[in-house]
Structures are given as C-alpha cells and as structure tokens.
Write a protein that binds this ligand. Sequence first.
Ligand code: IPD
Ligand code: CA
Length: 250
Amino acid sequence: MDQKKICWDISEKIRQSLEGVIGSKRAHKIVGKGSLGGTTRYLDQMAENAALEYIKGNSLKCELISEEMGSLYFGKDFKIYLDPIDGSNNALSGIPFYSTSIAIFSPEKEYGLVRDLVRNEYFEGIGGFGSLFNSKPMKKIEASSKILSLYTKRGAYVEELLQITEKMRCLGSMALEMCYVARGGLIALVDAREKARPTDIAAAKIILENAGGIVTDLNGEPLELESNKLCIVASKDKKIHSKIINIVKK
Ligand code: IPD
Ligand code: CA
C-alpha cells in the first residue's frame, strides 16, 4: 500500500476517533502510563487505538513506534513513527493547536504527514521530492516579524536568542511548530530540554528537510531518531541556524 495513503488513512481514523471526545470529561481520564513513563489519558488511548486497529485491520507488515505504546512489531517492510496527538495538553486544555504526526520509513522511501487536527491543514514531506502544504508545493509565507519557538531548560538561552529574533513563542505541538518553520512563519524551533522523542518530530523532520530546512542537535550535528532525550535546532535559514548553534552549542 502507498505510504501516503497509509498515513492519510491513519490520520483520518484518529481524527474520527476524537469526535465527541475532545472537550469531554472522559478525555482527561488517566488510563495508564505511556511507554516513556508519561501519563496516558483516554484521549491519547482512543487516538492510538484507532491507528493500531487500522494497522492490524490492513495486515501492515511494519514496526509501529508510537508515543504511548512504544514499539510493536508486525513485520519488517517499513517503520511507522506515530504521535497520535502531538499537543495532547493543548487539546485537553481547550487550546486549539494540536496535530497528528506520522512518518513512514522504508528502505527506498520516507514520507511524513503532520495534520493539524483543528484547522484540517496538512503538511507532507516526501523524501527526495519536496514538501507540500494542503497538497500544493509549499511556498514561503510572508511573515512580518521574526518569531522563534523556544522550549527552554530552566530559562537557558532566552536572553541570547532574543538578540537574533524579535519575538518568542512556545506553542505546545512541536510537530506543527516545525512545519511552521518549514513554511516560514517561525524562523526557528529550539528545544533544549533533552526531552523530545522521535515520535514528536520524525514526520516534521522529513517535511522541514524536504522543504530545504535543517534539523540538528544543539551542536549542529545531524539528529538521529534513536534517543528519547533529543535536543533540537530546526530552521530553514542556514545563517540563522548557525547563529543559533553558536549560542546553544555545548
Ligand atoms: C508534546 C508536544 C509539545 C512538547 C511536549 C510534548 P504531546 O507532545 O510535542 O510541543 O513541548 O514535550 O510532550 O505529549 O502533547 O503529544
Ligand atoms: Ca502525544
């Protein structure tokens, strides 16, 4: 089956599973612990189960790496990195900024989809081809101010980064924020917390890189999707990226 179809179908199953759940009391119910020790709530579980049902129902021979369940092995054809809801805390707090993030890696191809679950906008990255926004080649948007998204550790780098940007934000869905970097609405995303996981950023990394952007660790080294304690510097502009690295490198 086509990578794009799989990602799109999964995102649609997730979207449907959340109808009537977001905004309800039961969405908040704690139903277990995630693979990395975080709290799994009913909302996250519904979304992840919808994806799992699709994978099982279509007998996909893949390894699924998903935020709550961790890694599940169904075969070796390809790998799926899934964050069913990136920005669960936003969703549970009535803040309309959250997304589904799905990346597929096979020996020949990589494909990433980040779907904004509120506005139904979507970003795609197609390895070796480019990036799309709502199915059209991604064009840079004209931003009137330089905005950088910073996830800081104990307030580090705030003053220094304000020297190269006009405004700072932290919006609560890193996958979506990296897509905003790809479109030019944010000049960069910096996460210095050592807390980002491959499921948070795998799809957005494909999208940003295929839009001509750069994603590295705090030392400017390529980011390997193996650790669950990732730090990230993502930007579309090489000059801005190296200015940031000069500030945050260890
Ligand atoms: C969260 C988002 C957020 C980041 C958190 C993540 P989740 O994802 O990516 O931007 O700050 O660290 O946990 O848990 O809401 O899917
Ligand atoms: Ca999540």
